[in-house]
Design a protein around this ligand. Sequence first.
Ligand SMILES: [Zn+2]
Ligand SMILES: [Zn+2]
Ligand SMILES: [Zn+2]
Length: 388
Amino acid sequence: MSLLLVYSVLYALVCVCLLYPPTEFVSSGLTVEGVFSRWLGDPTTDFIGYQVRRAALKRIFVAFMPFGYFALALKLFHEGFYLPIDVSGVGMAVGWDTMALLCAVCLAFFLTYCCFVFTESLVGDWDWTPIAKTLEDFAGPGENWRVVASRINSEVARADNYTTDPRCPIRVVVTENWIIQVNLFGLDVACQENAVFTLHSSNDFAISHHHVLGIQFLNLVVSCEGHNRKSFVVRIPSTDFEPLSLRLRRQIQNADSIPIAKSPLDKFMHTFKEWAGRNPRVEYAGELEPCVGCMERPAEVKLVRRCLEENVRSVDVEYNGQFLRLSTCVRCQCRPMWCIDCMSKWFIARQDADRPGTWLTSRAPCPTCRSPFCLRDVCYLASRVPAE
Ligand SMILES: [Zn+2]
Ligand SMILES: [Zn+2]
Ligand SMILES: [Zn+2]
């Protein structure tokens, strides 16, 4: 493989990483936004101002890329600086003179573009930018885009908004009246009043760096009813479906009945109930009080150390296609005081949140006396019908 090809691939990779920075880049501050953070300002107090400057910066950065490519190539290979290599084997399709000419053209383009952005900022006061044009559509009679911007700014600063990971280059913010998607060079904006959310499709990933149990992403189309604005697509993890729904004024439409994956927590609660349903019922003659966890449902489960009664020192259970070994528990005589939901939440709260794969084989202390119990020990009372 020619050296120039390797260089080109590496250069493209670095550019993509700077435009769509992975979390490692973000946490180390190695992003365009990180380097120019002082000029960009504070996104919490002046959200729109920050986005206008950030989008301009990203455009300048993209305009710089071709010049950077040729300039660096010339520096490295033609002049042979810094590299102890034989530059004759670089694998050039064109001569160095052509390279130098292309470099000059790209520099001229870059400088012209910089002048354009500076004019946009100093003379036009950002009035001609795509973000200003987008916001102008939402301005009332006699208002300009700045009025809309200040409305959005005051709402974005509130704490009760729905927002996706702020470190991602593409993120969604839903406030009381606005739906805003930050993308590379601008913003997609919709008004809650007439925005319609439709679940369009979903993508499942078995393993991700976010979740051990895999993750599902939902693609939602946001269209503005009665407006001739273009609709746009927002992408959220399925675990965000409920928090997003709660923030929206209208229900999310799911005409194709696309199944939405449960969070690891919901999945485990379901498994917990399934196990309790499989365990034998126990008779209990005493009086039943409301569950001490929620005070809503009556107590419905009792902890019977079946693993000990069966004289099993350890048991194998199947989970996610694997057989896992359970250790033993300690008997207790506590009366039923919990409903199945609260018992499963109590159990989950005592597990290692980062390792959901181990929950099924772990134990938790009895809520009353702290003796350990496992999933085989959670039994419904014979008088109770298990809830779905
Ligand atoms: Zn309860
Ligand atoms: Zn107990
Ligand atoms: Zn047990």
